[in-house]
Write a protein that binds this ligand. Structure first.
Ligand code: GN1
Ligand code: MG
Length: 542
């Protein structure tokens, strides 16, 4: 280790006194001006992780759907997955070390994780469009360099694009070419093949309005435009030229407020969707002729994909094990529909993509989505091989054609992580192939009315949960209170958990009517406020 270099560079990116941050659900997130030292140190950690795995590691500078003033950083593991949980602890230790302790902590991590410091290190870097991202990614570069690592800076990319190139690089091109061009080519080729099949059935040109949250998605859709088949016409809104990132727009805003984003003029029955700030989430929506807004969230996306894949698997005659993975935030109506009508097993795991991804890996075809629109489909290597072979060699025409559709789906889906661009193309292809309108898709089932709220408390860690976060174990009395409140309403359900990305406790409730869901959520919020150390004024009714 270049001890002098480390001293010099860490002095350029000093840690603010008294600041402690934690590698949470989606890496580190905070106000941008508090993050320089974290970026520098995550550059260092990525170099160490690269040496430990003998592979290229990704570092993405983004705070996704958070306000423009925030920023964040997450590490990408060799196959494009989220950083392994065993290293999250090292990330937290390194980020919180005092400047003069850095060398000691690095040595400790190297010992604990058996990192050979002589090995080569390679890191890919990407960033979103926040004003602070460029400078912060420079701090990441300093961190990589100070530990003697090599890097490739992809500059402005969506989070899923960075995951994709990391996976391509570490699979020696098996997953595709580790370039943006490679990404656009792979997706557009698969999409064009699929759309061709629907056109023969007389589909008209498809039109879609996309709210890009004033983020990176707009730039990347513009780059991709030349690759799109002309049968699909997309119109980009909130492209970042006028308004602030994520302000009153984007997938998170639309999902949480259950209303259309600012800056997108929506005519009745037009297909619209929203990306989030780093383009790894997507939700669809439309306005009916009576002017009512209809949200089609991650649960309905998972449902559409499940129906489509199940039908195809039946056509190819393969008994592959398929399942859907959700979190406690999935609307109860979606879970019921998937289990009872689509007849696919559904599993509930803790919030956070890493948990969903991990569970989905247990199946031949694992479909996972968070209700907020983050999700993808994973195919096991064995399933993928079977499908590719059938697509090439199967004698039965109908079976072979179905296998080809599945093969293109495999190529169109970004299996490394949820990807708004890829998911959008998957959805458009399925709707075209099935000849479904957004209204028909929406009508598959009706969401139970729900409400998601935040409560401020002094220390959110006083709440500990179990059963995939659906029950609170501490503080004492809280779960009993929630149980009693839930009993007061019909078709109701409620749970609370500390957020992993914000300093709040999240409260979720469902009930038979919107008024009841709102009332239940409010009553549960009060229980959290009183039993878990509420801060500031008590929660007000909605
Ligand atoms: C209710 C909700 O939407 N929670 C989000 C949010 O996590 P919290 O731990 O709830 O803050 O951000 C995560 C990262 O983007 C995302 O994975 C998750 O779904
Ligand atoms: Mg995001």
């Amino acid at each position: 280790m270049d001890v002098e270099g480390l001293k010099k560079y860490s002095a350029l990116h000093p840690k603010p006194a008294g600041l402690t941050l934690q590698y949470g659900t989606a890496g580190f997130r905070s106000k941008a001006q508090q993050l320089e030292h974290v970026m520098f140190r995550m550059g260092m950690l990525a170099a160490l992780r690269s040496r430990a795995t003998g592979a290229t590691i990704g570092v993405m500078v983004t705070a996704s759907h958070n306000p423009e003033e925030d920023n964040g950083v997450k590490l990408v593991d060799p196959l494009g997955e989220m950083l392994h949980p065993s290293w999250e602890e090292y990330a937290t230790q390194l980020a919180n070390a005092e400047d003069q302790e850095l060398q000691k902590i690095v040595t400790e991590i190297c010992q604990k994780a058996a990192v050979n410091q002589q090995k080569d290190a390679s890191v890919f870097i990407g960033r979103d469009t926040r004003p602070s991202s460029k400078e912060l990614s420079q701090a990441v570069i300093d961190g990589i360099s100070v530990l003697g690592g090599q890097y490739h800076d992809y500059g402005l990319v969506t989070t899923p694009q960075l995951h994709y190139v990391v996976c391509c690089q570490n699979t020696q091109g098996q997953y595709g070419k580790p370039t943006l061009e490679g990404y656009y080519q792979k997706l557009s080729k698969a999409f064009t093949e699929l759309i061709k099949k629907s056109l023969s059935s007389g589909e008209a040109q498809r039109q879609l309005k996309i709210d890009c949250a004033n983020g990176i998605g707009a730039l990347k859709l513009a780059e991709m435009e030349t690759y799109f088949p002309k049968e699909v016409q997309i119109q980009v809104y909130n492209d970042g030229t006028k308004e602030k990132l994520n302000h009153l727009c984007g997938a998170d805003f639309v999902k949480v407020h259950q209303k259309p984003p600012k800056g997108l003029d929506m005519k009745p029955n037009e297909s619209c969707c929203s990306f989030d700030g780093d383009a790894d989430r997507i939700v669809y929506y439309y306005k009916d002729t009576a002017g009512h807004f209809h949200l089609i969230d991650g649960d309905k996306i998972a449902t559409l994909i499940s129906i489509f894949l199940k039908e195809l698997l039946a056509k190819v005659g393969q008994t592959l094990k398929m399942a859907v993975v959700q979190t406690a935030y999935a609307n109860g109506s979606s879970t019921r529909y998937l289990e009872e009508t689509v007849q696919v097993p559904v599993y509930c795991v803790k919030t956070g993509v890493k948990h969903l991804h991990h569970k989905a890996q247990e199946f031949d075809v694992g479909i996972y989505f968070e209700a907020n629109g983050h999700g993808t489909v994973l195919f096991s290597k064995a399933a993928e091989n079977t499908i590719r072979q059938l697509a090439k060699e199967e004698k039965d025409d109908a079976k072979r054609e179905a296998a080809k559709v599945l093969e293109n789906m495999i190529d169109l889906i970004n299996q490394t992580v949820g990807d708004a661009i890829s998911d959008m193309l998957v959805i458009e292809a399925i709707l075209a192939l099935k000849g479904l309108t957004l209204q028909q898709w929406d009508a598959l089932y009706t969401d139970f009315p729900s409400r998601l709220l935040k409560v401020q408390v002094a220390d959110r860690q006083v709440i500990d949960t179990t059963d995939a976060e659906r029950r609170a174990v501490t503080p004492p009395g809280l779960q009993e209170k929630i149980d009693a409140l839930v009993k007061k309403y019909k078709l109701s359900r409620a749970f609370v958990r500390p957020s992993g990305t914000e300093d709040v406790v999240r409260v979720y409730a469902e009930a038979d009517t919107q008024e009841n869901a709102d009332a239940l959520a409010h009553e549960v919020s009060l229980a959290v406020y009183h039993l878990a150390g509420g801060k500031g004024a008590p929660p007000q009714p909605i």
